[in-house]
Design a protein around this ligand. Structure first.
Ligand SMILES: Cc1cc2nc3c(=O)[nH]c(=O)nc-3n(C[C@H](O)[C@H](O)[C@H](O)COP(=O)(O)OP(=O)(O)OC[C@H]3O[C@@H](n4cnc5c(N)ncnc54)[C@H](O)[C@@H]3O)c2cc1C
Length: 395
């Protein structure tokens, strides 16, 4: 494993730090103060666009070009992406998710989409002419951790598919150009009956968008919506209508999205924890608390745990090209907990200042909780690791 930060990586991290301080933190605090997601016409998004951050990493013809870098090169670029994810979350994790771009479903589309689908759905993100979003909709009011239990139904009808169901807590759903919706084509087949469908914004039957109330991460919208007799063309089935033996299985494809995403959430948690540590240190210094052993001990404890969590996260990223299921779960379970511990200590330290609700540590305390929930709760990560440990199938 090679986690060395070379000159180029150092330059990119320094640029991310500068951007985070100047733009990301202020817009995140503004959204938190106002208690609503950053509006789509906010000038911040134009700046993101101008920086080139709203683009897809997909390149037309990339699979056929045969120019994939060697595995160690890909692992290093994953490590770089994780370090950047940590840095962005340091400044504001909610703003990171609010940023325009193909977001969570991008990897799924690159891995399982047909060439025509990549062209059609990722193509507009190559050089976006305006802030554009996409989203991945799995969770339902009755199916969160047990993703195999989703009830949104897709039935074949003539030359298309008709979707019926409801989704909730979906990031960026109402502003997305298209939503990648996980649905079951055959409820009797459980996970094996699941497939994903592109539903374009404005499709009749897609509606009822309602932005959920959240305690933290207010900069981005988490939205519920419904699908009622919502018809999409056959070409919108992710991966197309290939024979079963030749196509990626819908549930496994969705789970791969989460396996890739878990180290990113771990990195985000470390970033939030680091922000708490820096704020706690500044508070302790400003209030003459650094002479107290108990305060220093707690600061050291945070530092040590955050460093360990970062290493686990980077290892999961390094192994991303291989089977990293256990490392991905270990890193997320650990880092989300460490981030929460750090925030709890930060709140203790600032005492009544935190209770007033306008200190950054209080915001970070609310923000970090979701890291233990999204893309599989801490409980579920620990279950995955425990099942593997004792030799049980994943469940
Ligand atoms: C801020 C935020 C953003 C989100 N963004 C998205 C998104 O963009 N797209 C999307 O599809 N979803 C999204 N989600 C949904 C998220 O993935 C779910 O909240 C998560 O999977 C947990 O599901 P649940 O909330 O229904 O909890 P439940 O599954 O009902 O779990 C409740 C509790 O029971 C525990 N539990 C459940 N099953 C077991 C078990 N078998 N053994 C032991 N304990 C168990 C859980 O760990 C948890 O503590 C988001 C959620 C949040 C909070």
């Amino acid at each position: 494993m090679d986690f060395l930060i070379d000159a180029e990586m150092g330059r990119r991290l320094a640029a991310a730090r500068e951007w985070g301080q100047a733009e990301v933190r202020p817009v995140g605090r503004e959204a938190d103060r106002l208690g609503r997601p950053i509006p789509t016409n906010h000038p911040y998004f134009e700046k993101v666009l101008a920086r080139g951050d709203a683009r897809t990493r997909w390149r037309p013809g990339s699979r056929s070009a045969g120019s994939a870098p060697p595995r160690s090169g890909r692992s290093r670029s994953t490590v770089m992406a994780l370090l950047l994810a940590e840095e962005l979350a340091y400044w504001d994790r909610g703003v990171g998710v609010a940023n325009p771009g193909p977001g969570l479903p991008e990897g799924n589309v690159i891995g399982a989409g047909t060439e025509e689908q990549k062209e059609r759905f990722l193509g507009p993100f190559l050089e976006p002419d305006r802030p554009r979003w996409a989203c991945f909709a799995m969770t339902e009011p009755g199916a969160g951790s047990d993703a195999a239990a989703i009830r949104t139904r897709a039935r074949r009808d003539g030359d298309g598919w008709v979707l019926d169901g409801a989704k909730c807590f979906i990031g960026n759903a109402s502003r997305a150009d298209w939503l990648l919706v996980q649905a079951t084509v055959d409820p009797n087949r459980g996970r094996a009956g699941q497939r994903a469908f592109f539903v374009e914004q404005g499709t009749p039957g897609l509606g009822g968008f309602k932005i959920e109330k959240k305690s933290g991460l207010k900069a981005y919208e988490s939205t519920s919506f419904s699908l009622t007799e919502c018809r999409v063309p056959a070409e919108n089935l992710l991966g197309g209508e290939r024979p079963r033996s030749d196509r990626p299985e819908g549930f496994k494809t969705a789970m791969r999205t989460f396996n890739a995403g878990r180290p990113v959430i771990a990195a985000n948690s470390v970033g939030i924890g680091r922000a708490v540590l820096d704020e706690a240190l500044a508070f302790a210094r400003g209030h003459g608390l650094l002479g107290r052993d108990r305060v220093r001990d707690r600061l050291e404890h945070m530092k040590r745990r955050l460093r360990a969590a970062r290493l686990m996260c980077l290892k999961a990223g390094w192994l991303a090209q291989q089977d990293n299921i256990v490392e991905a779960s270990l890193s997320k379970a650990m880092a989300a907990q460490v981030g929460q511990e750090a925030a709890t200590f930060g709140m203790e330290l600032i005492g009544t200042v935190g209770a007033r609700g306008d200190h950054l540590i209080e915001k970070l305390y609310r923000d970090v909780k979701a890291m233990d929930i999204v893309e599989g709760t801490g409980q579920i990560q620990r279950m995955i690791v425990a099942r593997k440990l004792v030799g049980l199938p994943r469940g």
